[in-house]
Design a binder for this molecule. Structure first.
Ligand SMILES: C[S@@+](CC[C@H](N)C(=O)[O-])C[C@H]1O[C@@H](n2cnc3c(N)ncnc32)[C@H](O)[C@@H]1O
Length: 387
């Protein structure tokens, strides 16, 4: 295992740069990264004398940053995510749209909405009443839009639905605060229909005249058991959930419940997800942990379950990569229960045991964390695993 540093990468490991970019910025996903990280991985493949990847996989594709970056470079790709919401957003962002889809989406903005019928729709969210999350008018407008969008055809429907889901935070009185959602009645909620209208116009503008390309295959699934044949992939470029106790099915629960129009969907996403957070009623103590984890896994059960799941997904990356291909995995070291967990090294060690011929850790950012009684330097890095 080699360790190198490249601090230029640090800025690519957050969603900040994506936020401002056409299409990438359509849906704010705090846990996402920037397309520059994908460009860097592809460039590194070439510089190390490997052939230019012709197929890329992201087994934790989130909102499709890897897939869209690959499409922009004319590379075929596939993405998998456990979240119905993430898989939907990835698909809608990477679709090839026809001029007629954009015309239909813009025409939809003048449609008369049926507010009375919308009020009868049953929109349930598991944490609190959706009525408490929005001013009354916004709640009605959102449901009326949701109902009308369902009558549109495939690609146009997806574009409109993504626009609606993406404006929910601004239309609500919810604050996404770290790993929790809070109702804050002092927050100013913006008018739902108006911000939806602006969003659809922006999306259509960004799609206008865009060349068509390889439309990625996007699956709702589990990175621990991929539905992809062996040795089919040239490169994996991805970032799995961090060991930070964040439950995506809760943080994006409102958007997920509006997409699925089902309260039960969140639990299904949770059951597929990597165990990087504590579930009620299912602490999931692992008895057979990867040997690299050591005593921390016994002392802090979530650490054991996290690496057990990550071991299964690294094994899947190994299986689907062609010989000589590489996985670029963006991870972060964690401080959990005042214990510093050196995630990148454990990933590299597990990868070597699983059979990867070489590994390298490229550190992109460092932070100081307070691990009483001392302070420690934690870091975010990309673990490169070459088969
Ligand atoms: C750090 S985010 C990836 C963000 C992505 N790089 C982007 O730019 O949007 C991790 C993703 O892993 C997904 N995930 C969690 N458990 C999973 C599993 N078992 N299989 C596939 N995806 C999973 C989460 O839903 C989340 O979208």
């Amino acid at each position: 295992m080699r360790v190198a540093t490249d601090y230029a990468l640090g800025a690519f490991m957050t969603f900040e740069l994506s936020k401002e970019k056409p299409i990438h910025g359509w849906f704010w996903y705090k846990e996402g990264y920037a397309p520059e990280l994908v460009d860097w991985a592809l460039k590194t493949e070439l510089e190390t004398g490997n052939r230019r990847p012709e197929s890329v996989l992201d087994p934790f594709c989130g909102v499709g940053t890897t897939l869209l970056a690959a499409k922009d470079k004319g590379i075929a790709s596939a993405g998998v995510d456990a979240s119905t919401l993430a898989a939907f957003v990835s698909k809608a962002k990477t679709e090839d749209y026809e001029k007629s889809d954009l015309e239909s989406a813009l025409a939809f903005l003048n449609r008369k909405l049926d507010y009375r019928s919308a009020e009868k729709l049953d929109w349930q969210f598991e944490l609190f009443s959706t009525k408490a999350a929005f001013p009354k008018r916004n709640h009605t407008e959102i449901l009326a839009l949701r109902e009308a969008i369902e009558n549109e055809d495939g690609r146009c429907r997806n574009l409109l639905l993504l626009a609606l889901l993406s404006v929910l935070p601004q239309a609500s009185v919810i604050l996404k605060d770290g790993g929790v959602l809070k109702i804050d009645k002092r927050k100013r909620a913006l008018p739902a229909r108006e911000i939806f209208r602006r969003k659809v116009k922006r999306m259509c503008r960004e799609l206008e005249g865009r060349p068509q390309g390889h439309v990625p295959r996007v699956f709702l699934g589990d990175a621990r058991a991929l539905d992809i044949g062996g040795e089919e992939v040239d490169a994996v470029i991805t970032s799995p959930p961090y060991l930070n106790n964040i439950d995506y099915s809760k943080i994006y629960g409102l958007e997920l419940s509006l997409l699925a129009m089902s309260k039960a969907e969140a639990e299904e996403v949770r059951m597929r997800a990597i165990r990087s957070f504590i579930r009620t009623g299912n602490p999931g103590q692992e008895t057979e942990m990867p040997p690299e984890v050591g005593e921390i896994g016994l002392r802090i059960p979530i650490v054991g379950t996290y690496f057990k799941d990550m071991e299964a997904s690294i094994a899947e990356m190994f299986r689907v990569l062609r010989p000589g291909g590489a996985a670029y995995v963006n991870v972060s070291n964690s401080v959990i229960h005042e214990t510093h967990v050196i995630v990148d090294e454990i990933f590299a060690q597990m990868a070597e045991r699983i059979g990867f011929a070489e590994t390298e850790i490229v550190v992109g950012a460092e932070r100081i964390a307070d691990v009483r009684p001392q302070k420690v330097k934690t870091r975010e890095s990309v673990v490169i695993m070459r088969k």
